[in-house]
Design a protein around this ligand. Structure first.
Ligand code: AMP
Ligand code: MG
Length: 400
């Protein structure tokens, strides 16, 4: 007897199957999109020293209070100078943006308020104490928390890590996934198609979608519907991956290669209360997590959204694994199979001044309608208990 289980329960099962990847250390520049596996504390303050925010002259505010005044220029401080001398009262030092403030100076006069003199400088405007000075630790104090565990590292986070002197970051290791398409009918372009054959597309979509989440992906593009051949090609590759992800060969017909090869090997085949994407399997083969998707391209894409994407994100340390969910008013009537959660491809348009927007379907419910998916920007979610919805009804929409 095939078990029917809910989408939510299955998502939980797949999430637990994938678990949590271990932490590894990667060069800062290679950590974009990955998740910090540790809190990061700043070893240096930012800025690391008091410095000038302007090109101009370092002075004592008291010496320029009665501007216009003329002061001798005692020194010249470009950015990067490490031997700055104290500022003597009654003098100025020419200073560039980012250069260390000389001890004793408490203000910077910007160059535009001077005659740009090199031996002596005429200052036309008074500068209050602290003028154009960037203080040590103003941005980050030494020892402060700079990045917290669970942060999805964007380019700005990497910049901060680099700025506080880190060469590498601890992150959750990207999952390595082996993507396998099955089906004797599958042909790889540019080979010509014979009548009865189709071009293989699932592995292209899955590899791109997984790489988009930060995974490392290997692909076996098309395995014929032969159990011995499937085992011969795939089993030796299991040892080097975190997840085997197959498409095709899990339904109720004959020649279901994945089901035939993996039943009784630790993988359980179930029916999920969803449309499309009902027939699914997951478990472990030789100890390695396996998720087996049905073959129809739209089933693959909906399966990815419904449970694979959140499980893979969670495994790589993401806390926020859900697509944004909004309410929207339907622009036309729709039906949905009772007892199953239907994911229909839709197009959502926000309505100005309203919390919700409008949504209409793109293409019918058929799980082979790939082109319609490319015209969608959301999935319309029709719950298990709903069989009919009418124009004007509010529905849940997942923004893609
Ligand atoms: P299956 O789940 O193997 O019964 O396949 C269901 C449908 O999806 C069939 O029409 C297959 O030809 C099609 N299909 C399976 N795998 C792929 C693939 N990798 N690329 C494109 N279509 C596929
Ligand atoms: Mg097949």
């Amino acid at each position: 007897m095939v078990r029917v289980i809910s989408v939510d329960a299955y998502r939980q099962t797949v999430t637990e199957l994938l678990g949590r990847a271990p932490a590894i250390s990667v060069p800062v520049a290679e950590a974009a999109g990955l998740v910090a596996a540790r809190d990061v504390f700043a070893d240096v303050a930012l800025p690391p020293f008091d410095n000038s925010a302007m090109d101009g002259y370092a002075v004592r505010a008291a010496d320029v209070a009665d501007a216009p005044v003329t002061l001798p220029v005692a020194d010249d401080i470009p950015a990067g100078r490490i031997d700055v001398q104290p500022l003597k009262p009654g003098t100025a030092q020419r200073i560039m943006t980012g250069a260390p403030l000389p001890p004793g100076a408490d203000a910077v006069v910007m160059v535009e308020d001077t005659d740009r003199g090199m031996t002596e400088v005429r200052i036309s405007r008074a500068a209050p104490e602290g003028n154009h000075i960037r203080r040590i630790g103003e941005d980050v104090t030494k020892g402060a928390l700079a990045l917290h565990e669970g942060t999805v590292l964007s380019h700005s986070h990497l910049g901060l890590a680099a700025a506080v002197g880190l060469a590498s970051l601890e992150v959750y290791r990207p999952l390595s996934v082996l993507v396998v398409s099955t089906g004797t009918e599958l042909v790889e372009a540019p080979n010509p198609l014979q009548h009865g054959q189709i071009y293989e597309s699932n592995s292209v979509m899955l590899a791109a979608a997984l790489r988009g989440l930060g995974c490392q992906v290997e692909v076996v593009r098309s395995v014929v519907d032969d159990v011995a051949e499937f085992r011969r090609l795939i089993e030796p590759r299991l040892a080097s991956v975190d997840l085997l992800l197959t498409s095709g060969g899990v339904s109720a017909g004959a020649y279901e290669v994945v089901k035939d090869a993996l039943s009784g090997q630790g993988v359980e085949f179930q029916k999920i209360a969803m449309q499309p994407g009902g027939p699914q399997g997951c478990g472990r083969w030789n100890g390695v997590p396996v998720v087996t998707l049905p073959g129809n391209p739209v089933s693959v894409l909906v399966s990815f959204e419904a449970f694979l994407r959140p499980a893979v994100l969670a495994a790589m340390g993401h806390v926020d694994v859900d697509r944004q969910r909004v309410r929207a008013r339907l622009t036309e009537d729709m039906t949905s199979p009772a007892g199953r959660r239907q994911y229909r491809r839709g197009f959502f348009t926000p309505v100005l001044g309203e919390v919700t927007g409008m949504v209409g379907p793109r293409g019918g419910p058929g799980s082979h309608l790939l082109a319609a998916f490319t015209q969608a920007n959301c999935l319309i979610v029709l719950p298990e208990e709903v069989a009919e919805v009418a124009e004007g009804d509010e529905v849940d929409v997942l923004l893609l």
